[in-house]
Design a binder for this molecule. Structure first.
Ligand SMILES: NC(=O)c1ccc[n+]([C@@H]2O[C@H](COP(=O)([O-])OP(=O)(O)OC[C@H]3O[C@@H](n4cnc5c(N)ncnc54)[C@H](O)[C@@H]3O)[C@@H](O)[C@H]2O)c1
Length: 143
Protein backbone atom coordinates (compact mmCIF):
# COMPACT_ATOMS: atom_id res chain seq x y z
CA UNK A 1 0.00 0.00 0.00
CA UNK A 2 1.39 3.41 -1.02
CA UNK A 3 2.32 5.73 1.86
CA UNK A 4 2.03 9.52 1.58
CA UNK A 5 4.20 10.65 4.50
CA UNK A 6 5.42 14.16 3.78
CA UNK A 7 2.72 14.92 1.23
CA UNK A 8 0.15 17.67 1.57
CA UNK A 9 -3.26 17.12 -0.03
CA UNK A 10 -5.68 19.94 -0.89
CA UNK A 11 -9.18 18.52 -1.31
CA UNK A 12 -12.11 20.63 -2.49
CA UNK A 13 -15.50 19.46 -1.31
CA UNK A 14 -13.63 17.80 1.55
CA UNK A 15 -16.42 18.38 4.03
CA UNK A 16 -18.34 15.25 3.15
CA UNK A 17 -18.89 12.48 0.62
CA UNK A 18 -16.09 11.35 -1.66
CA UNK A 19 -13.85 14.28 -0.67
CA UNK A 20 -14.01 13.26 2.97
CA UNK A 21 -13.40 9.64 1.94
CA UNK A 22 -10.25 10.68 0.07
CA UNK A 23 -9.12 12.64 3.14
CA UNK A 24 -9.66 9.66 5.43
CA UNK A 25 -7.71 7.35 3.12
CA UNK A 26 -4.79 9.75 2.72
CA UNK A 27 -4.73 10.70 6.40
CA UNK A 28 -4.29 7.05 7.37
CA UNK A 29 -1.34 6.87 4.98
CA UNK A 30 0.47 9.84 6.51
CA UNK A 31 -0.53 12.80 4.31
CA UNK A 32 -1.24 16.19 5.86
CA UNK A 33 -4.65 17.46 4.83
CA UNK A 34 -6.20 20.72 3.69
CA UNK A 35 -9.96 20.47 3.34
CA UNK A 36 -11.77 23.21 1.41
CA UNK A 37 -15.52 23.45 1.26
CA UNK A 38 -18.37 25.93 1.15
CA UNK A 39 -20.07 24.19 4.06
CA UNK A 40 -18.48 25.38 7.30
CA UNK A 41 -20.39 22.95 9.54
CA UNK A 42 -19.26 19.98 7.43
CA UNK A 43 -15.67 21.24 7.57
CA UNK A 44 -15.80 21.50 11.30
CA UNK A 45 -17.02 17.88 11.64
CA UNK A 46 -14.36 16.62 9.23
CA UNK A 47 -11.64 18.55 10.97
CA UNK A 48 -12.56 17.13 14.37
CA UNK A 49 -12.42 13.59 13.00
CA UNK A 50 -9.27 13.93 10.91
CA UNK A 51 -7.21 15.93 13.39
CA UNK A 52 -7.08 12.78 15.52
CA UNK A 53 -5.26 11.04 12.66
CA UNK A 54 -3.02 13.66 11.03
CA UNK A 55 -2.37 17.38 10.69
CA UNK A 56 -5.54 18.79 9.13
CA UNK A 57 -6.47 22.35 8.20
CA UNK A 58 -9.81 23.54 6.91
CA UNK A 59 -10.66 26.54 4.81
CA UNK A 60 -14.07 27.80 3.81
CA UNK A 61 -13.89 28.31 0.07
CA UNK A 62 -16.22 28.79 -2.86
CA UNK A 63 -14.26 27.16 -5.68
CA UNK A 64 -15.77 29.68 -8.12
CA UNK A 65 -13.86 32.50 -6.41
CA UNK A 66 -10.39 32.74 -7.96
CA UNK A 67 -8.97 35.26 -5.51
CA UNK A 68 -10.24 33.23 -2.56
CA UNK A 69 -8.69 30.08 -4.08
CA UNK A 70 -5.26 31.76 -4.21
CA UNK A 71 -5.69 33.04 -0.66
CA UNK A 72 -6.66 29.54 0.51
CA UNK A 73 -3.55 28.10 -1.16
CA UNK A 74 -1.32 30.69 0.57
CA UNK A 75 -2.96 29.98 3.91
CA UNK A 76 -2.70 26.19 3.86
CA UNK A 77 0.82 26.19 2.40
CA UNK A 78 1.98 28.53 5.15
CA UNK A 79 0.60 26.09 7.73
CA UNK A 80 1.20 22.65 6.18
CA UNK A 81 3.88 23.19 3.53
CA UNK A 82 3.72 22.87 -0.26
CA UNK A 83 0.65 21.13 -1.69
CA UNK A 84 1.67 18.22 -3.92
CA UNK A 85 -1.68 16.39 -4.13
CA UNK A 86 -4.65 18.31 -5.52
CA UNK A 87 -8.16 16.88 -5.61
CA UNK A 88 -10.66 19.01 -7.54
CA UNK A 89 -13.69 17.21 -6.18
CA UNK A 90 -16.31 19.81 -5.12
CA UNK A 91 -19.55 19.67 -7.03
CA UNK A 92 -23.07 20.89 -7.13
CA UNK A 93 -25.74 18.74 -8.73
CA UNK A 94 -29.06 20.43 -9.47
CA UNK A 95 -31.59 17.79 -8.50
CA UNK A 96 -34.07 18.55 -11.27
CA UNK A 97 -34.22 17.39 -14.92
CA UNK A 98 -32.30 19.51 -17.43
CA UNK A 99 -35.53 20.70 -19.06
CA UNK A 100 -36.34 22.49 -15.80
CA UNK A 101 -32.99 24.29 -15.55
CA UNK A 102 -32.61 28.01 -16.12
CA UNK A 103 -29.56 30.16 -16.82
CA UNK A 104 -28.97 30.64 -13.12
CA UNK A 105 -28.73 26.86 -12.51
CA UNK A 106 -26.43 26.43 -15.53
CA UNK A 107 -24.15 29.22 -14.29
CA UNK A 108 -23.88 27.68 -10.83
CA UNK A 109 -23.32 24.14 -12.16
CA UNK A 110 -20.67 25.19 -14.67
CA UNK A 111 -19.13 27.62 -12.19
CA UNK A 112 -18.56 24.91 -9.59
CA UNK A 113 -18.16 21.73 -11.68
CA UNK A 114 -16.06 23.15 -14.51
CA UNK A 115 -14.62 26.53 -13.53
CA UNK A 116 -13.94 25.28 -10.00
CA UNK A 117 -11.66 22.61 -11.48
CA UNK A 118 -9.94 25.15 -13.74
CA UNK A 119 -9.43 27.47 -10.77
CA UNK A 120 -7.82 24.65 -8.81
CA UNK A 121 -5.46 23.86 -11.67
CA UNK A 122 -4.59 27.52 -12.25
CA UNK A 123 -3.92 28.01 -8.55
CA UNK A 124 -1.78 24.98 -7.81
CA UNK A 125 -0.15 23.77 -11.05
CA UNK A 126 2.23 26.76 -11.39
CA UNK A 127 3.25 26.31 -7.76
CA UNK A 128 3.96 22.60 -8.26
CA UNK A 129 5.89 23.23 -11.48
CA UNK A 130 7.94 26.08 -10.04
CA UNK A 131 9.02 23.94 -7.08
CA UNK A 132 10.06 21.13 -9.39
CA UNK A 133 9.14 18.44 -6.90
CA UNK A 134 6.31 16.92 -8.92
CA UNK A 135 2.79 16.30 -7.75
CA UNK A 136 -0.51 14.71 -8.64
CA UNK A 137 -3.85 16.18 -9.66
CA UNK A 138 -7.15 14.29 -9.59
CA UNK A 139 -10.15 15.95 -11.19
CA UNK A 140 -13.41 14.24 -10.34
CA UNK A 141 -16.33 14.63 -12.72
CA UNK A 142 -19.75 13.20 -13.33
CA UNK A 143 -22.38 12.92 -16.03
N1 LIG B 1 -21.56 10.25 -5.49
C1 LIG B 1 -21.59 9.70 -6.71
O1 LIG B 1 -22.30 8.71 -6.97
C2 LIG B 1 -20.74 10.28 -7.82
C3 LIG B 1 -20.74 9.66 -9.06
C4 LIG B 1 -19.94 10.17 -10.08
C5 LIG B 1 -19.13 11.27 -9.84
N2 LIG B 1 -19.17 11.87 -8.62
C6 LIG B 1 -18.33 13.05 -8.44
O2 LIG B 1 -17.59 12.94 -7.22
C7 LIG B 1 -17.38 14.24 -6.66
C8 LIG B 1 -17.87 14.26 -5.22
O3 LIG B 1 -19.23 13.85 -5.19
P1 LIG B 1 -19.98 13.56 -3.82
O4 LIG B 1 -21.03 12.55 -4.11
O5 LIG B 1 -18.99 13.30 -2.73
O6 LIG B 1 -20.73 14.98 -3.59
P2 LIG B 1 -21.32 15.61 -2.24
O7 LIG B 1 -22.49 16.43 -2.68
O8 LIG B 1 -21.51 14.58 -1.18
O9 LIG B 1 -20.13 16.58 -1.77
C9 LIG B 1 -19.79 17.69 -2.53
C10 LIG B 1 -19.10 18.70 -1.63
O10 LIG B 1 -18.79 19.85 -2.43
C11 LIG B 1 -19.10 21.00 -1.66
N3 LIG B 1 -19.34 22.16 -2.53
C12 LIG B 1 -20.44 22.42 -3.29
N4 LIG B 1 -20.32 23.58 -3.91
C13 LIG B 1 -19.10 24.09 -3.55
C14 LIG B 1 -18.38 25.28 -3.87
N5 LIG B 1 -18.91 26.21 -4.69
N6 LIG B 1 -17.15 25.45 -3.35
C15 LIG B 1 -16.62 24.53 -2.49
N7 LIG B 1 -17.25 23.40 -2.14
C16 LIG B 1 -18.48 23.18 -2.66
C17 LIG B 1 -20.34 20.62 -0.86
O11 LIG B 1 -20.52 21.49 0.26
C18 LIG B 1 -20.00 19.18 -0.47
O12 LIG B 1 -19.32 19.11 0.76
C19 LIG B 1 -18.14 15.21 -7.56
O13 LIG B 1 -17.24 15.83 -8.46
C20 LIG B 1 -19.12 14.32 -8.30
O14 LIG B 1 -19.48 14.86 -9.55
C21 LIG B 1 -19.94 11.40 -7.61
Amino acid sequence: MQEWNGSVAFITGGGRGIGLGIARALGKRGARLALADLDEAALSRSSEELSAVTEAETVQLDVRDRAAFAAAADLVESKLGPVDLLFNNAEIAPKVPVREWNYEKWDVALGVNLNGVINGLQTFLPRMIERGGGGYVVNTASM
